[in-house]
Structure formats: C-alpha cells, structure tokens
Design a protein around this ligand. Structure first.
Ligand SMILES: Nc1nc2c(c(=O)[nH]1)N[C@H]1C(S)=C(S)[C@@H](COP(=O)(O)OP(=O)(O)OC[C@H]3O[C@@H](n4cnc5c(=O)[nH]c(N)nc54)[C@H](O)[C@@H]3O)O[C@H]1N2
Ligand SMILES: Nc1nc2c(c(=O)[nH]1)N[C@H]1C(S)=C(S)[C@@H](COP(=O)(O)OP(=O)(O)OC[C@H]3O[C@@H](n4cnc5c(=O)[nH]c(N)nc54)[C@H](O)[C@@H]3O)O[C@H]1N2
Ligand code: SF4
Ligand SMILES: [Mo]
Length: 643
C-alpha cells in the first residue's frame, strides 16, 4: 500500500513523500513523482527519515527525572504532573511565568495548537526574533513590504542565476536541480560565498568574499552600473523612493575600499555588475550572509542591486529570500483576545532572559520540536538556566536539551500523524499528509498531548481530533487563498512573478531604498572585532544533518586557512579547543588552501553526551532591531589539545 506524506524537516524544499507500507510497517520512502518540485527524488536525509521513525533510540514512553536519572512513568502521571504545575503557577503568578519554546524540528501546521493552548491559558512568554532568517525578512519587509519568491520554474526565464550565500547543493537540493536543468538550457550561474562550497560545482563564476562584507560588494556593483549608465532608469524613477541617497553613497565609495573590505578585486566587482545587467537575472539569497550584526543592512543592499539593475517584478528576475505568501492570513491557532498576559523573549537571548526576567520570573518552560541547548546562542547558560526550572520537552529523542528536562513526552513522528505542510522558504505548494503508520510505542501527537492537558485544566478549549483540525486548516486556507484541495497538494498562489504590477507592500507602495526608522542601507562590515590571535567563527548548515537531527555519522571539524593554522601551531587532523569568554568546544582541524585567512568554518548542530555544542562559543548577539541571532559575529581562540 502507498500513502502520501510530506517531509517534516525545516527546509526550503518541503518535499512530497510516498511511503510504501507493508503489514502496517513503512518499508520505504521515496519522492513523489506527481509533485512538480519534488520531482520523484528526496535528498539523502529524506530517504533516511524512516530510520529515525524506527530508531532504537526513540523515546517511546514519558520520562520523569528523579535526581539525575530518568524514570519511565505513565501518560496519566506525566500529564497530571504538568497540569498540577500549571495550576500552581496560575495561583502564584499568571500564565506568563511559563515560557513556550516552539522549535523548528517539525514543520507540520497542527503543532501550532500548542500556541492556541497557551493563549487559552491567558498567554505565555512567547518568542520573537529568530535563530534563522529574521534579519533577511526584516530587510525585505523594509524594501518590498514582504518577502516573496518567484515560482521555481521562472528560473528558466533567467539569463543568469546568482546564488548569494546559499549552499543549495546541501540545503536546497531541488533548487540545485532546477539550476542544473537551467544550465543545460544555457543559463549561467554565479555563486558568492565565503569559501568554495560544493555548490560551486555549478558555478560559471565563483566568488569568495570576506564574511559580513557583502554590502560592500553589492554597493561596488551598484557603483559600476551607475558609472556606466546601465541602471534601470524607468523602474527607479517610477517605482522607488530614496534612490538619490544610494547614488550619493555609491559615488563616494572607492573601489580600493571595496576591494579591501570584501577581499575581492575590481574585476570581480565588475563581473558581478555585468552579470546583473544581463537581465533577467534571478538572485537567491541564502541565510548565511544575514547571521551577522549587520545582517539586515546586508540583505537590503543586495535587494538594492537587484532593483537598480532592473530585476524586480520581471520574469526570470527576483531577489528570492523567503516566500511569505501567508503573511496576511490570520492563524486559526492564535487567540490574542485570550492571551492577555502574553509577553515576548528573544530566542537569541534565551539564556539571559531565563536568568534575568522578573514579574513574573519564568517558572516553567514548555519546549516542543526544539533543541535550544544545542541551537540557541550561549548553550551553557541556556542549559544552566533550564536546569533550575520545571521543564517539559516534547521530542522523539534524547537531546542536549532533554538533559535539562523534568519531564520528557514522547512525540509521534510525522508518519504517525496527519497534518498540513505550508512551505514558506521557496515554493508555494501546500501539502496534506496522511497518517501512514500507527504510533510507535506510547508516543502521542502534539494535538493529542494538548487535548489531554486542556481537559485536565478545565479550559473551554476546542477539543478536536487531528482529522478535524486538518479539515479546519484546509478550509481556512481554501477560503483565504481561494484554492481547492483536490488532491494531496495544491499550489497556494498563481503568482509566478512577485511585484509584477510594481505595486509594493510598503507604506509608499514603492520599493523603499530609504526607511523611516532605519534610513538607507550603507556599505558596512560586521562591527565586532577579533582580539589578537582570535579567528572569526562562521557556522554553516551541514549536508548530513538538519540542525541537531543527525542523519549520517559526522565528527566536529573546523576548516582553517593553512597559513592561519601554521601561525597558531595547528596541523591537519589536530584536535583543537575553540574557546572564548562564552565557552569552548573541541573540533578536529582541517587545513585548506582555498579558504581565506581570519576565519574558521564549523558546521552547526553538533551535540554530544556532555552537552558540548558549538553554540557554547556563541554570545547572545543579534542583528539590527534584535531581528536575528548574529551567530557569525563571534571570535574564538584556538588551542591544540591532542593530535
Ligand atoms: N542539509 C541541510 N539542509 C538544510 C538545513 C540543514 O541544517 N541541513 N537547514 C535548513 C534551514 S532551517 C535553513 S535556515 C536553511 C539555510 O540554508 P543556507 O542559507 O543555504 O545555509 P547556511 O549554511 O546557513 O548559509 C549558506 C552559505 O552562506 C555562507 N556565508 C556565511 N557567511 C557569509 C557571508 O558573509 N557572505 C556570503 N556571501 N556567504 C556567507 C556559508 O558559507 C554557507 O555556505 O537550510 C535549510 N536546509
Ligand atoms: N551556530 C548556529 N546555530 C544555529 C544556526 C546556525 O546557522 N548556526 N541555525 C539556526 C537555524 S536556521 C534554525 S532553524 C535553528 C533550528 O534549531 P531547532 O529548532 O532546535 O531544530 P532541530 O535541531 O532540527 O530540531 C529540534 C528537535 O525537534 C525534534 N523533533 C523532530 N520531529 C518532531 C516532532 O514531530 N515533534 C516534536 N515535538 N519534536 C520533533 C528533533 O528530534 C529535535 O530534537 O537552529 C539555529 N541554530
Ligand atoms: S530535507 Fe528538504 S530536500 Fe530533503 S527530503 Fe526534506 S524537504 Fe526534501
Ligand atoms: Mo533555519
């Protein structure tokens, strides 16, 4: 028997999966051939999802920590204890003494039921700011009014494709495939990154740039375009505001300064400019370049380059960062009128918030589909602060975070529940998944857990089955988007080219070079500075994992420039401690000639039994307006610990 489901991982591609089921057991997963984006194949992680579902390591019973050991308890015991704890908190303070941490480990829409539950309680402490994409979203909100992508198929209308800080082969495999097909049709590709990633395989032009300096490159290309009169005059005059300031900044800038800041030469700046004016050009901005203190500014300047070169609102163009086509649709899983006590913490500063927050302080933390000890900045502080509290973690596995849990609730995997998958990073095919297998062990879905808690707290909460909620969510999107779910997926919009009418979602209805609050984006570098002998730590997403969810064996490595390593007495294969005032983490050194000096590259998401994570070395810094964790604005000392 075949059943239809969707990949639950937080990924650009949101793949449609066909599960082969025999005697009630899923035996194989493959990419849905009917789905226009998935196109019959999954990434290597996707195929391995099945091993996760049936893994011996899965937590299949509720667990309670007694001293430092976990003991199996019944669901009734676990849920009663949590409900009691909530009642105590409501007596003592109000519901905002509960912090709800909603992670990105599972992308099904029904998990938002947790938020509705906390709204019904009176509103918890919710997150704002992002670990992921917040700076870029804010940038595009300022410039365009929203972040929207072209249809993936529109790439075939482009002359050039620019992958700007997006490692598509690892993180967005189906885009990589689209690029590969476009190349077969003669389209050209430029890739811009801080080191030669595997995505450079498709590059006609590959450019290596200093971390955090992209706004200089963007301005350099703008300068060159303006000097040669190649800007799209009509677009600029009719549909934008604030251009004169950008022009002035570009004219004052010198190529020498740009070369120095970005570490690229004038020829390369000219190359990028010449590519951008060979309209149409589609640009795909990754999330690496915005994980700096100047992340918003950086993405805005790339938008400027796309706009000035005339690539906004045209077929084959675009500044594709994320696809927030649901932005104006109210969530059915929120009820602000009930959440009178709600307040917000910044995800990038979770540890500090737990430590300092008063009136009321955080007494309980409810974590679902998240591994904040591994994934938030300042892991050690997050861990220490969680340990002091009543912490509930809903997860399928033991993680760095569950080590601080009071109670662990075993989550059903994506194959054990039905759901709706609403992508928001690249394409716009919404999917409805079937329940493929019965629950493994005693695991429960998030909907079931919340229903049980709501009953115990006598809330007048809408108790519905998963099936009923799926129908509600479908009906909601059908109405809001004027679509019909005739099969298990549907394209949510008919928009192939965003902003085609050149009416933007900004206040002025124009593309805004200038913002009331943040002014005009300028050439900038990350303002954080290294101390003597420190190297910048850049963390990237791994091909082998989805954050802390490992799919293949890997060991922690740091890629070093060969000269830097020599200077610091480090050889290839050495075990080195990376450390700073925040904490430390041991990695193996890999020396490469093709990586520039001054920084090391480490994959994120490592966690081991001793709760050591790379985010031990990451301070709680943020990009502008606290929009985003500035993971890459950190520096470490390195010390050889063994060969
Ligand atoms: N295999 C895999 N796929 C994933 C994920 C995963 O963990 N594993 N995570 C998913 C999620 S949640 C996200 S947010 C996306 C992220 O997807 P991407 O944005 O593609 O991934 P990152 O590794 O965050 O960053 C992309 C590239 O930016 C580069 N970079 C870093 N700093 C700079 C800079 O200053 N300038 C330039 N030009 N480049 C820079 C990095 O070297 C890296 O190659 O991927 C999704 N897909
Ligand atoms: N240094 C550094 N840190 C980073 C980043 C970086 O680039 N550098 N990237 C950041 C980004 S982009 C993101 S999006 C975050 C992501 O960080 P997290 O949101 O923590 O994501 P994951 O580690 O993928 O998953 C968290 C947990 O969800 C669990 N899970 C899986 N399926 C289910 C389910 O069905 N139900 C429940 N309840 N749980 C489930 C998994 O077992 C896992 O333990 O990390 C951020 N952290
Ligand atoms: S991780 Fe991404 S590319 Fe891989 S199967 Fe899931 S959605 Fe598809
Ligand atoms: Mo992310």
């Amino acid at each position: 028997m075949k059943k239809k489901t969707f990949c639950p991982l937080d990924c650009f591609d949101s793949c449609a999966i066909v599960a082969q089921v025999e005697d009630g057991k899923a035996v194989k997963l493959y990419g849905d051939k009917d789905h226009p984006i998935t196109n019959g194949f999954l990434c290597p992680k996707g195929y391995r999802l099945l091993e996760k579902v049936y893994s011996k390591e899965r937590v299949t019973n509720p667990l309670l920590r007694v001293k430092n050991e976990f003991h199996q308890i019944s669901w009734n015991q676990a849920l009663d204890m949590i409900a009691e704890q909530i009642k105590e908190i409501l007596k003592k303070y109000n519901s905002s003494a509960i912090l709800y941490y909603s992670g990105d480990g599972y992308e099904g829409y029904l998990r938002n039921i947790e938020r509705l539950f906390f709204d019904y309680l009176g509103g918890a402490t919710y997150s704002e700011g992002s670990l992921c994409w917040g700076a870029g979203l804010l940038a595009q909100k300022i410039d365009f009014g929203n972040s929207l992508c072209h249809s993936p198929f529109d790439i075939f209308n482009s002359n050039w494709i620019v992958l700007w800080g997006r490692n598509a082969l690892w993180t967005n495999l189906h885009l990589f495939y689209f690029v590969h097909m476009a190349k077969k049709q003669g389209k050209k590709v430029a890739v811009i990154d801080i080191y030669p990633t595997e995505t450079f395989k498709v590059a006609d032009i590959g450019l290596i740039i200093n971390p955090g300096s992209d706004s200089y490159l963007a301005y350099g290309a703008i300068k060159y375009i303006l000097e040669n009169g190649k800007e799209d005059r009509e677009f600029i005059e009719k549909y934008t505001v604030g251009f004169e300031k950008v022009k002035e900044i570009a004219s004052r800038l010198t190529y020498e300064e740009i070369e120095k800041k970005c570490g690229v030469n004038k020829k390369d700046i000219e190359n990028i400019a010449n590519i951008c004016i060979q309209r149409p050009v589609s640009t795909f901005i990754g999330y690496g370049p915005q994980r700096y203190t100047n992340g918003v500014n950086t993405i805005r300047t790339i938008d400027y380059l796309v706009a000035i070169s005339g690539n906004v609102g045209i077929k084959g163009g675009g500044s594709n960062f994320a696809h927030r086509f649901t932005k104006n649709i109210a969530s059915i899983f929120k009820d602000d009128t009930r959440a009178v006590n709600k307040r917000f913490y910044n995800r990038a500063k979770l540890g500090e918030y737990l430590k300092d927050q008063q009136n009321p302080p955080i007494e309980m933390v409810y974590i679902s589909a998240g591994n904040p000890v591994s994934q938030c900045p300042d892991s050690d502080l997050v861990f220490r602060e969680l340990q002091k509290r009543f912490v509930v973690v809903v997860d399928m596995f033991l993680t760095a975070t569950t080590q601080a849990a009071t109670i662990i609730l075993p989550a059903a995997s994506f194959l054990e529940k039905e759901d709706v998958f609403v992508p928001n990073m690249w394409h716009d095919y919404i999917g409805v998944s079937e329940k493929v297998i019965e629950k493994v062990g005693e695991s429960k879905s998030e909907v079931e857990i919340i229903n049980e808690l709501a009953k115990r707290l006598d809330l007048d909460f809408p108790i519905k089955s998963e099936k009923e909620w799926v129908e509600c969510v479908k009906a909601h999107f059908e109405k809001a988007l004027n679509i019909k779910f005739e099969k298990h997926f549907v394209r949510a919009t008919k928009m192939d080219v965003p902003w085609e009418d050149k009416v933007f979602a900004t206040k002025s209805k124009k593309f805004e070079f200038e913002d009331e609050k943040m002014g005009v984006a300028v050439p900038s570098t990350d303002e954080e500075r290294a101390l003597k002998n420190q190297l910048r730590l850049v963390t990237v997403h791994s091909q082998k994992t989805l954050h802390s969810q490992e799919f293949f064996e890997r060991r922690p490595i740091a890629i070093f420039n060969i000269e830097d390593a020599k200077r610091l007495g480090i050889g290839n294969g050495d075990k080195v401690l990376l450390y700073n005032g925040c904490g430390g983490f041991v990695v193996e050194a890999v020396l490469r000639q093709d990586v520039k000096r001054g920084y090391i590259i480490v994959e994120e998401g490592y966690q081991d039994q001793n709760i050591e994570t790379i985010n031990s070395c990451i301070f709680s810094k943020t990009a502008e307006m606290d929009s985003q964790a500035a993971f890459n604005s950190n520096f470490v000392f390195v010390k050889k610990v063994a060969t």
